[in-house]
Design a protein around this ligand. Structure first.
Ligand code: NDP
Length: 309
């Protein structure tokens, strides 16, 4: 019997108990899944932010910590964690993110607000350009960013992508490095942020780099709040340089009710709903990693602890 500790908030247990047990059965694994064990008998820890487990040292038998979330910034720097850390790459979450990004890009591309908010008898017959005339840049070409970049490219948008390492992707202009970032931003009528939060990406969009964006460009941030210097963004919006910011993630969540983002006419706040780990598909990913651990195969989606993602 394999002992798997579900170390997450109680509402997650309600969401995941059945789907995880179903996935273990499907994978032919005999797993005792519980929210509490003596630490020294635990084989795997299934982990989510705000987990009750913060000190991993007593988990002497644990073969891996399997994160239920794509982002690992809450656990990657934990010095007591010496076991392998895997993050979540879930087809359901990727699909959700593609839908969110496409929806919000299309809102701005088509200028939908003009008609949704303008049902006042005025005939505003401004025809939007075709996708081929709207340049979209995606910062972060990982599981989520690349899927979004590909979907945007398939719709006809000229897409530029930026990542840490050099990449070659058909149909997408892939850039890296600081010079690449400048080019990527200068080519962004619409900018999508899908970078992880690491020391290297914190405040990436500061005053200088926001100025590289074309006037009236739109920022869509489902990555992490810390990627943008909030004060610099507000200044750029107030100066009417950035046209609009659709923000899904924030330094403090929930976003405090008195935060300027809520009332700013050029900001749309969505409450960290761009995409969530989907219990059914994510449970299958967890089961597959436990199967691999038991078969002494390499784990999927291991986090590079030095890079922080
Ligand atoms: P991945 O780890 O697969 O991809 C990260 C991408 O960012 C990679 O392309 C990586 O480059 C790039 N990157 C990392 N650091 C740098 C850097 N310093 N400079 C340039 N590029 C960098 O992550 P995912 O795509 O799965 O997820 C991205 C983020 O999306 C998550 O970390 C999380 O913060 C956020 N997220 C938000 C959700 C929401 O609901 N709002 C839901 C799920 C995730 P390289 O390819 O070279 O490694």
């Amino acid at each position: 019997m394999i002992n798997a500790l579900f170390a997450a908030l109680p509402e997650r247990w309600t969401q995941y108990e059945k789907t995880l047990n179903d996935a273990f059965l499907e994978a032919g694994l005999q797993v005792d899944l519980r929210t509490s064990f003596a630490p020294e008998v635990v084989d795997y820890i299934i982990y989510a932010p705000n987990s009750p487990v913060q000190d991993f040292r007593p988990y002497t038998r644990c073969k891996a910590v399997l994160n239920l979330w794509a982002g690992v910034e809450n656990v990657v720097g934990n010095v007591t964690l010496t076991q392998p850390l895997a993050r979540m790459v879930d087809p359901g979450m990727t699909q959700g993110m593609v839908e969110f990004v496409i929806g919000h890009v299309m809102r701005h591309h088509l200028g939908m607000d003009l008609h949704i908010n303008g049902q006042d008898g005025q005939w505003r017959d401004h025809v939007p350009p075709l996708a081929q005339d709207r340049r979209v840049t995606v910062l972060g070409l990982g599981e989520l960013g690349l899927a979004c970049a590909r979907a945007l490219s398939e719709l006809g948008f000229p897409v530029t992508g930026w990542s840490r390492r050099e990449k070659f992707v058909n149909g997408i202009a892939c850039l890296n490095g600081e010079h690449g970032l400048q080019t990527a931003l200068e080519n962004a009528d619409i900018l999508v942020l899908l970078l992880p939060m690491t020391p290297a990406t914190e405040n990436l969009l500061n005053t200088d780099r926001l100025a590289w964006l074309p006037k009236d460009s739109v920022i869509i941030n489902p990555g992490r709040g810390q990627l943008i210097d909030d004060g610099a963004l507000l200044e750029s919006l107030d100066a009417e340089h950035i046209g609009h910011a659709t923000l899904d993630v924030f330094r403090v969540e929930p976003l405090p009710t008195n935060h300027r983002f809520w009332s700013h006419p050029r900001v749309t706040v969505t409450p960290h709903i761009a995409s969530e780990t989907r219990a059914k598909t994510a449970s299958q990913v967890i089961a597959e990693n436990i199967r691999r651990g038991e078969a002494e195969l390499p784990f999927l989606h291991l986090v590079d602890r030095a890079a922080g993602y």
